[in-house]
Write a protein that binds this ligand. Structure first.
Ligand SMILES: [Zn+2]
Ligand SMILES: [Zn+2]
Length: 282
């Protein structure tokens, strides 16, 4: 089995370290046998809209085939930070405002239906990327990430919920690995009821969720045990009738993605390429 689509890819237009040019991406995808794919640069708040404009421009300049699509990756942010930024109260908020907001803040995304039309966006990937003003405590973090994932799974503008339970930053060990909180000592610490509620929301709202290669399967900061548990979790989502899609989440300057290894991992939990979600050609 080979993976033949990729719905989450960053170009050099993203605000983080992503580096590939659109031309190199198109060449790389062809070389890897990826037939259907999409560009999804980051937008956290309207502060990043110039990045999206640059992404669109480079995409169009590549003379895209009907199988190469234009998307975007939004983050869950708070309405509080969107309001602060709109009032000009934040200095250079590349990643929004990550501290100082109210606990229990209303959740939001920094993209409107008008933006989707303006930029010709065909689909929206939405990701939980950071805590929204809750204490660094395991139970609080599990509840917060679940709240964010449910927000995305029920949001009318979101097509794909990105990398469920991806984590970065706090709790990294001195060896650079995540081995403890919030869920790296044992992925089973997240109650099954939470997984069931998320799966039901994805089904009911006809959303897709990700099989994310770079952020999850091949994340060098995650242990093999955690990754094995995570692949089992994806197999369970699949068995529950949740639509899944394969994504690289490429941030590197070359499209050097380990699709064949990922395909073998997925086959072991009964997930085949033919069963994965994909956008039809335009
Ligand atoms: Zn993401
Ligand atoms: Zn991403």
């Amino acid at each position: 089995m080979r993976l033949t689509s990729d719905w989450h890819i960053h170009s050099r237009n993203s605000c983080d370290g992503a580096a590939i040019t659109v031309a190199d991406l198109v060449r790389g995808a062809k070389a890897k046998g990826i037939r259907d794919f999409g560009l999804t640069d980051h937008i956290h708040t309207p502060f990043n809209l110039p990045d999206l404009a640059a992404s669109r421009e480079e995409y169009l300049a590549s003379n895209p085939s009907p199988r190469f699509h234009f998307g975007v990756e939004v983050s869950v942010v708070s309405q509080w930070e969107l309001d602060q930024i709109a009032k000009g109260l934040a200095k250079s908020p590349v990643y929004g405002i990550r501290h100082g907001g109210p606990q229990g803040a209303s959740l939001a995304i920094g993209l409107t239906a008008t933006d989707i039309t303006t930029f010709g966006i065909e689909y929206v990937v939405g990701g939980t990327h950071w805590p929204i003003y809750v204490p660094f405590e395991r139970e609080a973090m599990i509840r917060d990430y679940h709240r964010q994932n449910m927000f995305l799974a029920t949001h009318p503008l979101v097509t794909i919920v990105a990398h469920p339970w991806w984590w970065m930053g706090h709790w990294k060990g001195s060896d650079g690995m995540f081995r403890s909180e919030p869920w790296f000592d044992d992925f089973g610490c997240i109650p099954k009821s939470i997984h069931r509620e998320f799966a039901a929301a994805l089904r009911e709202h006809r959303k897709v969720t990700e099989i994310n290669l770079s952020a999850m399967f091949f994340n060098p900061e995650y242990t093999d045990r955690f990754k094995a548990q995570y692949v089992e979790y994806l197999g369970w989502l699949h068995s529950e009738g949740v639509a899944l899609c394969s994504v690289s989440d490429c941030h590197s300057p070359t499209y050097d993605i380990r699709f064949d290894e990922a395909a073998a991992m997925l086959e072991r939990v009964g997930i085949k390429d033919a069963a994965l979600w994909r956008l039809p050609p335009r």
